[in-house]
Design a protein around this ligand. Structure first.
Ligand code: MG
Length: 331
């Protein structure tokens, strides 16, 4: 059996591959390790919670509406730290570059990484560069790793019945921006990636109230992330379709391409499960931040299993975990 593109698409098929790739006997440094398959690891160190994560980036095109591979490489890692409650401190960067790549484009990518670091208050402190022969890779691949410190660690498996589900803004923007741009849609330019470093917003939300669980809906989108949260927490999540924030332009591009906007990647959004008594204060903290203006309550947690969508016309259906993100090489 050989690896296919679906093995990298952030859904159930990738999950099967990860069962092989995560069979390390040495997988936990005393806190939260690889076996948890959370957004990052936690290593207790001298009374602190060190959060540690890594992420590789292969997005095409390299420059897309709303961002580029540099911004996504920094934001991907910062957001995974933030999802664990970690204030991002320091990042590393490994770049693998194809012979013939434009130096001017590298300069743009680095400047974009630096801007995202500045927004998040983090620094890129170590790195590595390799060049491969023309044709050996497709342009550029960027890996980042990051460490952060969490006052209170937040997991993706902490939903409890009674919790309210909040999303921080519109869903599907990144995946549909990439897809519409690739397809050469005129409306492509109306749809921009949401790629953004979320620590500033998450920090305000953490200060505003208790957050039981958090996850960023990247590859596989909202459908994948909410199913993972429900499954790991051992609960049922009920989502009200009419409350899900999806932009009209994203809806129409998705309909044209036959793609479910709930299954494509977001790069600047967070899903939270919070106790109902804290929902208002957390929601208003999110809405005060530029990346959380459209934050809304989209559902509730009950006893049971699965993610159920209460549709706008009064029906019910499962939101299934997707086999994979329908947009390849999205981050
Ligand atoms: Mg994540």
């Amino acid at each position: 059996m050989k690896v296919t593109m679906m093995h990298g698409a952030g859904g159930e098929v990738m999950g099967e591959l990860l069962q092989t790739l995560t069979k390390f006997r040495h997988n936990n440094a005393g806190g939260i390790g690889l076996e948890a398959m959370d957004d990052g690891a936690v290593i207790p160190f001298q009374g602190n919670n060190l959060v540690f994560t890594t992420d590789s980036h292969v997005v095409r095109p390299i420059f897309f509406p709303g961002g580029d591979i540099g911004r996504i490489a920094v934001c991907g890692t910062i957001n995974d730290l933030a999802m664990m409650g970690g204030k991002p401190i320091a990042l590393s960067c490994g770049m693998i570059i194809e012979e013939g790549f434009e130096i001017a484009d590298l300069v743009k990518i680095v400047a974009s990484m630096d801007d995202a670091l500045g927004e998040a208050g983090a620094n890129l402190v170590t790195g590595d560069t390799k060049v491969m022969e023309r044709g050996a890779i497709d342009g550029i691949v960027i890996n980042t790793a990051g460490i952060g410190i969490a006052k209170n660690v937040v997991r993706d498996n902490g939903l409890v019945p009674g919790d309210v589900i909040i999303v921080s803004g519109s869903l599907g923007d990144h995946g549909m921006a990439i897809m519409a741009h690739r397809e050469g849609f005129d409306l492509g330019e109306q749809i921009k990636s949401d790629v953004a470093p979320l620590w500033g917003m998450v920090e305000k939300a953490l200060d505003a109230g208790t957050i039981h669980a958090m996850k960023d809906p990247t590859r596989g989108g909202f459908a994948s992330a909410i199913n993972e949260m429900a499954r790991k927490s051992g609960v049922c999540v009920r989502i009200q379709e009419e409350k899900l924030p999806v932009k009209k332009s994203v809806m129409s591009a998705a309909a044209m391409l036959g793609i479910d906007p709930l299954e494509v990647a977001n790069e600047g959004k967070v899903i939270m499960g919070v106790p109902p008594s804290h929902a208002d204060s957390i929601l208003s903290a999110l809405r005060k931040h530029m990346y959380g203006r459209d934050a809304s309550v989209v559902g509730t947690v009950t006893k049971g299993a699965h993610v159920i969508m209460e549709t706008a016309i009064g029906g019910e259906r499962y939101i299934e975990p997707p086999l994979g993100d329908p947009v390849p090489r999205v981050c």
